[in-house]
Design a protein around this ligand. Structure first.
Ligand code: ATP
Ligand code: MG
Length: 439
């Protein structure tokens, strides 16, 4: 966790720092906090027990929350919090849906135990495959996180699958990804960026190329299926799948596609009756799928597009520099000829009727299009494919990202920032519309 360290007691936090205050929480209540946009927030658990989105707070250690973060400290039995008095907002709420959420966890826990006890039986040894769906800002990511942290606390290693290309809680926006959760998720630092399984879509909305999105979801599901077939422990722990808030039209089709592709067994619907009833209807033939409606927490904060853009930018900075500037990315120069950059899909579309019989339309969404290196690539974030050959690019996951910082046309040189020094794992790079401007 992002501990402030033992020296940062109230005395050290005094000086020019904001005044401190204590907040007493009754049992089953939560302290909802929005950190100031310009300054971080220091707080600690003084007495009792409390958790932040499913992860227990350490007693007495100071925690530092970055600007703009929104979160809640929930207590089952009562707690006292000591904190700086400089938040954007903070208030205590005693009405929360936490009991219903922890009841879901208890049901999942039972299913994991049954799966573990059925090792060897192909079907019964599969633990719950939970998918969390709902409109934008309904608390999907938060609920996913709580379910994962509670499971990890019990010693399971559930797989977290993030299908939300808008924000990226496992890796950068524009990607879908999966990673095992081995410990309750750190409330400040989030999920460690350790070798997740990542596929690059390249854009933060699926409408740009829905076919590609579907193909990548399928690739990811297939790899996980293979991993589960040889790993009884993660098979029994199951998965928690987080989705996008896009639930109408194409968004709804993509939800059904994800439920089907990952063979979800539990669909948790947050905060929308209509979506819940549509899904119940669509899935009524599938006897092993439970569709469960859950109340949205009154604490969930709506975030506008500007906030989301800032959060995406912040996420990219964090990838290269670390949450507290603790990483040292490396700038490298390559010849144009050393790199092969592609984008997927696109090209001018000819009407199908105008094409010779059997010909592919030019705008084939899965077409691999070589990209000419020019100044337009400046500030783009490119994904480094694990592909060894060009024909593997579409089905390959990615090793990481680089950020283009300079293009020298006369000398045919490209300067980029990478998380570490040394040669890139592959010369095949993927481009989408993901950009970053260092602020
Ligand atoms: N009980 C709570 N108290 C305070 N803040 C909360 C609470 N629950 C969630 N939040 C905050 O509200 C914001 C939105 O929640 P969350 O990200 O879970 O919603 P979402 O449905 O995943 O949104 P999106 O559709 O954008 O993916 C987040 O910043 C989250 O930390
Ligand atoms: Mg979310």
């Amino acid at each position: 966790m992002a501990y402030g360290g033992a020296t940062l007691g109230p005395a050290a936090a005094a000086g020019n720092s904001p005044a401190m205050k204590q907040v007493k929480l009754d049992k089953e209540s939560e302290l909802r906090i929005e950190v100031n946009v310009n300054s971080s927030l220091r707080l600690r658990l003084l007495s009792g027990t409390a958790e932040i989105f499913g992860t227990e707070m350490p007693p007495e250690n100071w925690l530092i929350f970055p600007p703009r973060m929104k979160f809640a400290i929930f207590t089952w039995y009562g707690a006292t919090i000591e904190m700086q008095d400089n938040t954007e907002t903070d208030y205590v709420a005693d009405e929360t849906p936490m009991i219903s959420y922890v009841n879901v966890h208890a049901v999942l826990e039972g299913r994991r135990k049954r799966a573990k006890a059925s090792a060897g039986d192909a079907d019964a040894s599969q633990g719950p495959r939970v998918i969390v769906v709902g409109p934008t800002d309904s608390g999907k990511s938060t609920l996913s996180r709580m379910l994962l942290s509670w499971a990890a606390k019990q010693g399971w290693k559930p797989t977290f699958v993030d299908l939300d290309i808008g924000q990226g809680s496992i890796t950068l926006p524009g990607c879908i990804a999966a990673t095992p959760i081995e410990m309750p998720i750190d409330p400040v630092e989030g999920i460690p960026l350790e070798m997740p399984l990542v596929y690059f879509f390249g854009h933060n909305t699926p409408t740009v190329n829905a076919d590609l999105y579907r193909v990548l979801v399928k690739e990811l599901a297939q790899i996980l299926e293979r991993q589960f077939s040889v790993n009884a422990e993660s098979r029994a722990a199951g998965m928690v799948i987080n989705t996008m808030g896009f639930i109408d039209g194409l968004g709804y089709d993509l939800l059904l596609h994800a439920i089907d592709t990952f063979q979800a067994t539990v669909v948790l619907v947050l905060g929308q009756d209509k979506l819940c009833s549509m899904l119940k209807d669509a899935l009524k033939q599938k006897q092993n799928v439970d569709v469960v409606k859950l109340q949205k927490s009154g604490g969930v904060v709506s975030r506008n597009s500007k906030f989301r853009a800032i959060a995406r930018n912040q996420r990219i900075r964090e990838y290269f520099y670390g949450l507290s500037n603790d990483l040292s990315p490396h700038s490298s120069i390559a010849n144009f000829s050393d790199l092969a950059i592609y984008r997927i899909g696109g090209g001018p579309q000819a009407p199908a009727s105008a094409l010779p019989i059997g010909a592919q339309p030019v705008a084939d969404p899965m077409r691999l299009v070589p990209v000419n290196i020019n100044r337009d690539l400046l500030n783009l974030v490119l994904a480094v494919s694990f592909a060894k050959e060009q024909d593997q690019i579409l089905s390959s996951n990615i090793a990481g990202f680089i950020w283009i910082t300079d293009i020298d046309i006369p000398r045919k040189k490209i300067t980029y920032l990478a998380p570490s020094a040394g040669e890139l794992p592959s010369k095949f790079l993927l481009m989408g519309s993901l950009t970053w401007i260092e602020t």
